[in-house]
Design a binder for this molecule. Structure first.
Ligand code: PTJ
Length: 253
C-alpha cells in the first residue's frame, strides 16, 4: 500500500504496514499486532516522543549494560521486525550477546527470526540451539541457551509479557525493560524500566553507551542518580497529563 508522506500519521502507518508484512513472512506472530497496537496507545499518551524520564532510564540502561559481566539482549518477533539492526548496534556498543527467544515458538519461526536478525545486522545470534531452561516460566519461552540468557547477569527485555522478566529477576538477573506500558509485569519486574517506543529507545541507549564507555565514574553516577520508582511515577503522571491534553493538541496527532 502506498502511504503519502504528507499523512500526519505517516511513520505510524509505515510501521504498521511493515508489521503486517512481517506477519505474512512468519516473523511477527499474529498476536504481535495486538501487542503493537497496545504500545501505540500508550505512546499516544506520551506524545510519541522520548520523554525526559525515558531519556534518564535509557542512560541508566546503558550504564547497567556497560557495567555488566555477561549482558544479553533478548529478541522476539516484534523486536526483530522493528529494530533488528538497532538492537545489534546496541550489542556492539555494550558487548552484549543477542539471543532470540519466542513466546509463540516453533522451530521454523525461531530459525526465521534468527535469520532476519543476522541478515539485517551482520551479527551472530544465540537461540537456534536452545540447550537450557529458565526456571519458573510455564511457556516455551523458558527455553534458552546456557551461554546466553541462562548465564546472563543483566538482560535487556524489549516488549513482551511479564512471566520471563519476573523469573529472571527472581533468578538474580538485573532486568532492563523497554515497554510502553508503565504497569506491565515486565516493567514492574525491571531494575531499569524504559517506557519508550522501541525504535526510539534503542538508538538512544546506544548513544548513551557510546558516551559512557570507558568512563567508570560516569557509569557509576548514571546508576546512583537513577531512581526507577520515582521515574515510573513521573511517567504515569505524564500519561495522565497526556489524557488531559487540549483538543487542539489532540487534533494534531
Ligand atoms: O514473537 P513472540 O512469539 O515472542 O511474541 C511477542 C509478543 C509481543 C506477541 C508477546 O511477547 C506479547 O504478547 O507481548 P504483550 O504481553 O502484548 O506485551 C507487549 C508489551 O510491549 C505491551 O505492554 C505493549 O504496550 C508494549 N509495546 C508494544 N509495542 C511496543 C511496545 N513497547 C515499546 N515499543 C513498542 N514498539
Amino acid at each position: 500500500m502506498k502511504i503519502s508522506k504528507d499523512h500526519p500519521r505517516y511513520l505510524s502507518l509505515v510501521i504498521r504496514e511493515r508489521m503486517a508484512a512481517m506477519v505474512e513472512e512468519g516473523i511477527v506472530s499474529p498476536t504481535g499486532l495486538i501487542a503493537h497496537g497496545r504500545g501505540e496507545a500508550f505512546d499516544y499518551l506520551l506524545g510519541e516522543r522520548t520523554t525526559p524520564e525515558a531519556d534518564a532510564a535509557e542512560k541508566a540502561a546503558a550504564a547497567l549494560l556497560l557495567g555488566a559481566k555477561r549482558p544479553v539482549i533478548t529478541v522476539n518477533g516484534n523486536a526483530a521486525a522493528l529494530a533488528a539492526r538497532e538492537l545489534a548496534e546496541l550489542a556492539r556498543a555494550t558487548g552484549a550477546l543477542v539471543e532470540v527467544n519466542l513466546f509463540h515458538r516453533s522451530e521454523e519461526r525461531l530459525s526465521k527470526v534468527c535469520d532476519l536478525v543476522e541478515r539485517e545486522s551482520g551479527i551472530k545470534v544465540l537461540g537456534r540451539d536452545q540447550d537450557a531452561v529458565l526456571e519458573g516460566i510455564a511457556s516455551d519461552r523458558a527455553r534458552c541457551t546456557s551461554k546466553g540468557l541462562l548465564a546472563a547477569d543483566v538482560v535487556l527485555i524489549p516488549l513482551e509479557d511479564g512471566d520471563r522478566a519476573e523469573a529472571m529477576a527472581k533468578a538474580g538477573k538485573k532486568v532492563i525493560s523497554i515497554d510502553l506500558n508503565p504497569l506491565s509485569r515486565t516493567t514492574l519486574a525491571a531494575e531499569v524500566a524504559v517506557v519508550d517506543e522501541l525504535t526510539r529507545a534503542v538508538p538512544n541507549i546506544t548513544r548513551w553507551a557510546v558516551e559512557l564507555k570507558g568512563d567508570a565514574g560516569g557509569i557509576a553516577d548514571a546508576l546512583s542518580s537513577y531512581e526507577n520508582e520515582e521515574n515510573l511515577d513521573a511517567v504515569m503522571r505524564r500519561m495522565c497529563q497526556g489524557l488531559k491534553g487540549s483538543t487542539a493538541d489532540r487534533s494534531e496527532r
